[in-house]
Design a protein around this ligand. Structure first.
Ligand SMILES: [Zn+2]
Length: 355
């Protein structure tokens, strides 16, 4: 595992080992000290050279050499690892970056009804840019459906984001809502620029928001959850990969696919067919519960055609399939279409366009 070690200045390590330094050399690149290994073959001499650029030591008499950590380890009779930990632990001498917050201490998102209320309010303050509207129209959605589904553009500047947080925060507590965090004691919104996709449960409540990134240079990272996870974001909250439901909730047959926007589009193009969408092939938490709560009798798998090529993705799909097939009384089938079309939404769009 590659990791970056904290720089430990050789002179500091030598001081902590109690070595006698030649004060006349302290401003030099090479600081001289008494050698603790051969004792310079006599007192008052300084054969040990401490290189302040490389943080290495070397005795010109006995040849002992090494770096800050091995010097400390050797003189204290401990391992290099223990020496490193001791040398970096003392914050008075070597300020350490604050340790990352352990997973267990991450803030959990607030309950669904509360998240929905905040996100609903937040979306009401935002608009959809022309560029993003064009993108959605190209996918096959209508203006009316775009409006109904509630897509919005992310505020792009820090000022806009702070203002948004202020507006929403005047009515709602933002602590525990993924995406919001404080910077210099002011609430603001995290996340890349792009447009927001509301991810809804079976009752239409907004579970969370996914962002379709404007900068989609990495083909597999076009979508990201709105989240304020991580130690750099104070008062931030992690997101989960929530299950999205699109289309007519009264249907007894549901299509199963990956990605909320794909489901929105495919459902619209297929006369409001019911779609259950995971946030990824490995993100099946809540899937069984959603299927049971909807009361569907039949699941039709409609994952992207290229997904069975990548072994990791394939295993994820197979695991998901097994989980759904375990649900009592569920009929499970696989939807097949012309493999020239990657996703079920692309395929439906081609059919609609041909008509
Ligand atoms: Zn020596």
């Amino acid at each position: 595992m590659a990791r970056e070690y904290t720089k430990i200045p050789i002179v500091e390590a030598a001081r902590r080992c109690g070595l006698v330094l030649d004060s006349r050399t302290l401003r030099r690149e090479e600081v001289e000290a008494s050698c603790p290994f051969c004792r310079d073959h006599g007192p008052g001499k300084h054969h040990l050279s401490l290189n302040t650029v490389t943080d290495q030591y070397r005795c010109n008499l006995c040849g002992a050499s090494g770096n800050s950590v091995s010097l400390y380890a050797r003189l204290h009779g401990i391992s290099n690892k223990e020496a490193y930990l001791e040398l970096t632990r003392d914050s008075k001498v070597y300020p350490m970056p604050s340790p990352p917050i352990p997973q267990t201490q991450e803030r959990e998102p607030r309950a669904l009804a509360e998240r929905h209320a905040v996100y609903h309010e937040m979306l009401s303050f935002l608009t959809l840019s022309e560029k993003h509207r064009e993108n959605l129209l190209e996918r096959g959605l209508s203006d009316e459906r775009i409006r109904q589904n509630g897509y919005r553009s992310m505020p792009e500047t820090p000022e806009q984001r702070r203002l948004l947080a202020k507006l929403v925060g005047s009515t709602y507590d933002l602590l525990g809502i993924p995406g919001f965090y404080t910077r210099y004691d002011q609430w603001t919104l995290a996340g890349p620029n792009g447009f927001l996709i509301p991810v809804r449960d079976r009752n239409g409540l907004i579970q969370g928001l996914k962002i379709r990134l404007d900068d989609a240079s990495a083909p597999n990272r076009k979508y990201r959850w709105l989240s304020s996870r991580g130690r750099t974001m104070r008062n931030g909250t992690r997101s989960y990969s929530w299950i999205h439901v699109a289309g007519d909730r009264t249907r007894k047959r549901a299509f199963l696919t990956e990605g909320p926007l794909k489901g929105d589009v495919a459902s619209f193009l297929a006369n409001d067919a019911l779609f259950i969408c995971t946030g990824g092939v490995n993100a099946t938490k809540g899937l069984t519960e959603t299927i049971l709560a909807l009361g569907v009798r039949e699941i039709v798998e409609a994952m992207d055609m290229d997904q069975m090529v990548n072994p990791q993705v394939r295993n994820g799909v197979l695991a998901m399939r097994r989980e759904v097939q375990k649900i009592p009384g569920i009929r499970y089938s696989k939807y097949s279409w012309n493999p020239a079309y990657k996703g079920v939404d692309d395929y439906f769009l081609s059919r609609v366009s041909a008509m």
